[in-house]
Design a protein around this ligand. Structure first.
Ligand SMILES: N[C@@H](CCC(=O)N[C@@H](CS)C(=O)NCC(=O)O)C(=O)O
Length: 234
């Protein structure tokens, strides 16, 4: 058992809470965390920075792609049990407002409260991609942090760091690391196997990822169905 734990496969999940597909990958991967012999490292990055540096564009900039995506997400919501609902002002929320503050907040949580990074990320996704709520104002970030279990004093401290150089640098460094692996969108999963990084793009590559690491993929709900509660985390 100890030997097995020693050779856990490290998987880095690079994500931005503006990306609904990243939410799906995040929920599926965290469900498999206790089922597979893996060590998941959550890596919040800035999707806008990845898009700009890689010369890519959000899928919704192509009208037909955007329309397809909304249908696709409806299907995935039910299939993966991730309660995605489109924001009422999609272009305003996703393209214009963006996620800089939210991702800086996550970078700050990653640095000083890493054990709460998973839940703060989930609470931000619930705001923007479920309840149609803002994720750009300090008060919005505060609410997400509170829901995730951060106490008032820690929250005040974290919210006061969003303009700090080390927080900005952390987000930039994570974004650069993803780019150096070849990122062009979100989610990106980097599987470290045989001393090599293997890149996967999308929430729909778990079969391939499982094949690479010698694990069995039992669909997006595997871990939830095992514990018999598909809604407890959401
Ligand atoms: N097929 C992928 C699509 C993922 C996706 O479209 N991600 C968006 C952000 S929400 C992206 O970064 N797209 C870049 C691209 O498609 O080139 C999945 O099912 O997860």
């Amino acid at each position: 058992m100890a030997a097995k734990a020693l050779c856990k496969t490290k998987i880095e999940l690079f994500y931005d809470v503006l990306s609904p597909y990243s939410w799906i990958a995040f929920e599926v991967l965290t469900r498999y965390q206790s089922k597979w012999n893996i060590d998941v490292k959550l890596r919040p990055f800035l999707l806008g920075g990845v898009m700009a540096a890689s010369g890519n564009q959000p899928p919704a900039m192509v009208a037909n792609k955007g329309m397809y995506m909304l249908k696709d997400l409806e299907r995935l919501r039910d299939f993966t049990c991730t309660p995605i609902r489109q924001p009422s002002d999609f272009m305003g929320t996703i393209i214009q407002k963006g996620s800089l503050q939210a991702q800086r907040f996550l970078a700050s949580v990653e640095m000083s409260q890493p054990s709460l990074l998973e839940e703060v990320s989930r609470q931000l996704w619930l705001r923007v991609w479920n309840r149609d709520e803002d994720i750009t104002e300090l008060e919005s970030l505060r609410q997400a942090g509170k829901m995730a279990g951060l106490d008032e004093a820690t929250l005040n401290k974290l919210l006061g760091t969003l303009k700090d150089q080390n927080v900005k640098d952390k987000l930039k460094a994570t974004t650069s690391q993803a780019l150096s692996h070849g990122a062009f969108g979100s989610p990106i999963m980097i599987v470290h196997k045989d001393d090599e990084p293997h890149i996967f793009f999308g929430s729909d590559r778990f079969e391939l990822l499982a094949f690479l690491i010698g694990e069995k993929y039992e669909g997006p709900l595997a871990e939830l169905s095992k514990v018999g509660d598909t809604k407890s985390k959401l």
